[in-house]
Design a protein around this ligand. Structure first.
Ligand SMILES: Cc1ncc(COP(=O)(O)O)c(C=O)c1O
Length: 444
């Protein structure tokens, strides 16, 4: 029987690719849906098996589907095409899935807008507002490294993509934390890059796992030095030294650091980029501290990488709007901002700890040393998420964040007060009952 997602008769691999993408775009096929085996679909659609296999390869290369060995071919967790909102949060259920900062802890926008320089910027201007350079230096340049200037990109994720594209080509291998920010994993898939998982614990990537990924031919490594998403890991001093030693064995590897939460991360900024590294980029976003709609990130990089990124920017968006840059500048230069950011970092830390302590009292070891989230290991994600929803919480499945690491759910604590957190902890503990807790391994 012809599957429901194939409306019309595909005549070629391209028709089939189009039909499957259309089905994903309209929600007929959703993340994790399994596609029929090649032969079955070929028989049903009257196509040659080679044609179906070619279509699946095309979709796989562009990150729309993922192959899971004998289990088959599945729609990717975040296919790089527009999709309908995955699931609407049911009425009356509190959303702890988003990872957004607490609006109450952001700097007010109106006074910043009232202060910005509105002089006109024309083509050919410096892509970086000169007054932002010292801030970029302070936020993005790794300690002990010097660069003459920094660039500006449209957020941390934009920076990661642009830097990867300067050095990597489809098929290249990239070492990435496991679990990692789901969008970074999806981005690697969309670029045709192969993610090599690097297991982590609360102190960051595990050196022996990084070494293994580099031995397997990773040409780049993406690392989150603090506010690791989803686990909250933050590089310890010992781990930093151990990772620097591993990387020293691989001088050609491009190291990308994603400091997406900056000063509200609630952990120190340590770096595994040193002055000897030839290819590197350190990206520091203001999205978590000043707000996701001010998606500006400072980019410090070796001169070749920065030239390539800025050269490529010139062929597309040109630069990040100076109005946006000046809004960020107005916020950063406001005398109250430093205090506000420190207060926000302290509030997020208190909120994470409240939940972690309550879970620990109930016998559950979760992770969340920094950042906006707590990562709770579970035996299976579906039953816990279902029970949480019944109890009024919409949490995030761990699956899109994981490669080889174990199941977990992610809850964002950023906007929850202490009473909410106590309630969430009780509901999490209840949802983890009946064999749903993962008792072994706090390590991710
Ligand atoms: C690790 C990581 N990198 C990047 C981002 C996105 O940052 P931006 O909004 O600056 O692109 C996030 C957002 O949560 C994140 O968790």
């Amino acid at each position: 029987m012809v599957p429901a997602f194939l409306r019309g008769q595909p005549r070629s691999a391209r028709d089939l690719v189009d039909a499957i993408e259309r089905a994903v775009a309209t929600g007929t096929l959703r993340a994790d849906d399994r596609l029929p085996p090649v032969r079955e679909l070929a028989d049903a659609a009257g196509l040659a098996p080679n044609t179906v296999a070619a279509a699946y390869r095309n979709l796989n290369r562009r990150g729309v589907v993922v192959g899971r060995g004998r289990a088959g071919t599945f729609i990717a967790a975040r296919p790089p095409i527009a999709t309908p909102a995955a699931h609407a949060v049911p009425a009356g259920v509190r959303d702890v899935s988003t990872g957004s900062p607490d609006p109450a802890l952001l700097c007010p926008l109106r006074p910043a807008l009232a202060r910005i320089d509105t002089s006109i910027v024309l083509y050919g201007a410096d892509p970086v507002d000169a007054a932002l350079q010292p801030w970029a230096q302070r936020w993005a340049v790794p300690p002990g490294v010097t660069v003459p200037r920094c660039g500006i990109v449209g957020g941390a994720l934009d920076g990661v993509e642009r830097v990867l594209l300067t050095h990597c080509r489809a098929g290249d291998r990239v070492a990435v934390e496991d679990p990692a920010y789901a969008s970074v994993l999806a981005l690697l898939g969309a670029l045709g890059l192969v993610a090599l998982p690097v297991g982590i614990d609360d102190e960051g990537p595990r050196p022996e796992r990084l070494r293994a990924a580099l031995h397997q031919g990773a040409t780049a490594a993406v690392v989150t030095p603090r506010a690791q998403n989803p686990t909250g890991a933050v590089l310890s001093e010992d781990r930093q030294a151990a990772l620097l030693a591993v990387l020293a064995e691989h001088p050609d590897v491009l190291v990308i650091e994603d400091d997406h939460a900056g000063p509200v991360a609630g952990g120190p900024r340590r770096s595994i980029i040193d002055a000897d590294r030839e290819r590197w980029a350190s990206i520091a976003s203001v999205a978590k501290s000043l707000g996701p709609d001010l998606r500006v990130a400072f980019l410090a990089a070796d001169p070749v990488t920065l030239d390539r990124v800025e050269g490529r920017q010139q062929l597309g968006t040109g630069w990040v709007s100076h109005l946006l840059q000046r809004t960020v500048l107005a916020m950063l230069t406001d005398p109250t901002t430093e205090d506000r950011l420190a207060r926000a970092a302290a509030a997020y830390t208190a909120r994470r700890r409240r939940l972690l302590d309550a879970l620990a009292d109930g016998g559950v070891a979760a992770s969340g040393r920094s950042g906006l989230n707590v990562w709770v290991p579970v035996a299976a994600e579906g039953p816990v998420l279902g029970e949480l929803t019944r109890r009024g919480w919409w949490a995030r499945p761990g699956e899109p964040y994981r490669i080889a690491s174990g199941p977990a759910v992610r809850v964002s604590v950023a906007a929850l007060g202490h009473a909410d957190l106590d309630e969430l902890a009780a509901d999490l503990l209840a949802s983890l009952g009946h064999g749903n807790a993962r008792t072994h391994g706090r390590v991710c």
